[in-house]
Design a protein around this ligand. Structure first.
Ligand SMILES: *Cc1c(COP(=O)(O)O)cnc(C)c1O
Length: 385
């Protein structure tokens, strides 16, 4: 397949696009020439419910006929229903929601809530962590390659190695507003949090009066085999950020926190499109589908089987297979790009996570046949020789 030029007139900040996708259904995508692909991650964790999920399409169509947007000074039935449904899925302590439009905006909101409600300036985040590309979210992001071209960033952020309790304990003090963590580092190479570290992070934050923020933008909505990854270990955050698949592909972000954070918050925060009626109708349908189709259980089963399959069929090119549910990283001893290209030529669209990792995050509705075919294709392209 030849490299196409970037779309004419579009700022070329993300490199070349090589395929034009015109239609999607479940885990399948079709290009303009009618060629079919299996989405093994190309929708970046947004497509948990599958492309153009009929339940979602129906909700969007009927809401669009009724009302698309009104300012957040007014309540709307879809906004009301979505917030209620989301809170029903949360532990009782997480009972306040702020709605926005993307992951980064959800993170910005979390950072502002934390600073304001603790009256402290500092944040501690993890090296290799990814939280988004706006200035606050980028300041929390622990990758120099993403940060450096845009410095100076927001002051007050420090970064410590992921899963290192001693260093975290050293970094958090009386000036720390919050510690922010992913439960599986997605962009950073698919590294799963150590439960001991997670427990220690909660204890350290409690001891020093800092808040704990979970960035579940990628790990939420059934992806890791639980509806939300924190449920696996029963450790609760003070602030939870969701986005990506939360409204099944319609842009949305949610920052969910406690009554206490709300009570101590000084200041104002607002978002024109946040809580948009169309996005909320989609969000409500997405949550209902997540629960009724038991996407979390499907991710747990397909993911666990795949991880052991991939570990059982070793290739000399593979250093390690890691993951949780249907968020899987295959770390190679060499660059992943040529193998991603080889997969694409076979009709499977996976993505990288750093230079050496093949990242799999298919729609959770992927058929067993497509998933098995994807795993076979991976074994074939990684075969020695
Ligand atoms: C994608 C992602 C973000 C950023 O979300 P955007 O919607 O692109 O702003 C933040 N954190 C994590 C863990 C993500 O995977």
């Amino acid at each position: 397949m030849n490299d196409a030029e970037p779309v004419r007139g579009e700022f070329a900040a993300v490199g070349r696009r090589e395929i034009t996708i015109v239609r999607g259904e479940g885990a399948r995508l079709w290009d303009e020439r009618g060629r079919s692909f299996v989405d093994l991650g190309i929708s970046l964790g947004v497509g948990n419910l599958g492309h153009s999920n009929p339940a979602l399409v129906h909700a969007i169509e009927s809401q669009a006929r009724q009302l698309i947007h009104v300012g957040s000074a007014c309540d709307t039935p879809p906004r009301h229903d979505f917030v209620q449904r989301l809170l029903e899925l949360m532990p009782p302590s997480l009972d306040r929601v702020f709605l926005s439009n993307s992951g980064a905006e959800g993170i910005e909101t979390a950072l502002k809530f934390a600073r304001s409600s603790t009256a402290r300036p500092g944040f501690v985040a993890a090296l290799r962590g990814f939280h988004g590309r706006t200035f606050g979210a980028l300041s929390a992001t622990g990758r120099r390659d993403l940060r450096e071209p845009f410095e100076p960033l927001v002051p007050g952020f420090s970064h410590v190695p992921y899963n290192d309790i001693t260093q975290l304990d050293r970094a958090v003090d009386q000036t720390t507003a919050a510690v922010i963590l992913e439960l599986v580092q997605g962009e950073g190479g698919v590294h799963v949090i150590d439960p001991e570290y997670l427990r220690a992070a909660r204890a350290i934050c409690d001891r020093r009066g800092a808040l704990l923020i979970f960035d579940e933008i990628q790990t939420g909505m059934g992806r890791t085999g639980r509806r939300f990854a924190f449920e696996r270990w029963g450790i609760l955050p003070d602030i939870l950020v969701l986005a990506k698949s939360l409204a099944g592909g319609v842009p949305i972000g949610a920052t969910i926190t406690t009554e206490e954070v709300e009570r101590r918050f000084r200041g104002t925060h607002h978002s024109t499109f946040g809580g948009n009626a169309l996005a909320c109708a989609a969000g409500r349908a997405a949550l209902d589908y997540l629960v009724s189709a038991r996407l979390d259980e499907r991710a747990e089963r397909l993911g666990t089987e795949a991880i052991s399959h991939l570990r059982r069929s070793p290739s000399a090119r593979v250093r390690e297979v890691r993951g949780l549910g249907l968020l899987i990283g295959i770390e190679l001893k060499e660059r992943a790009a040529p193998y991603l290209q080889a997969l694409r030529e076979r009709g499977f669209l996976a993505i990288g996570a750093g230079p050496n990792v093949i990242r799999l995050l298919p729609p959770l509705v992927i058929s067993e046949a497509d998933w098995a075919a994807g795993l076979t294709a991976i074994s074939e392209v990684l075969a020695d020789g």
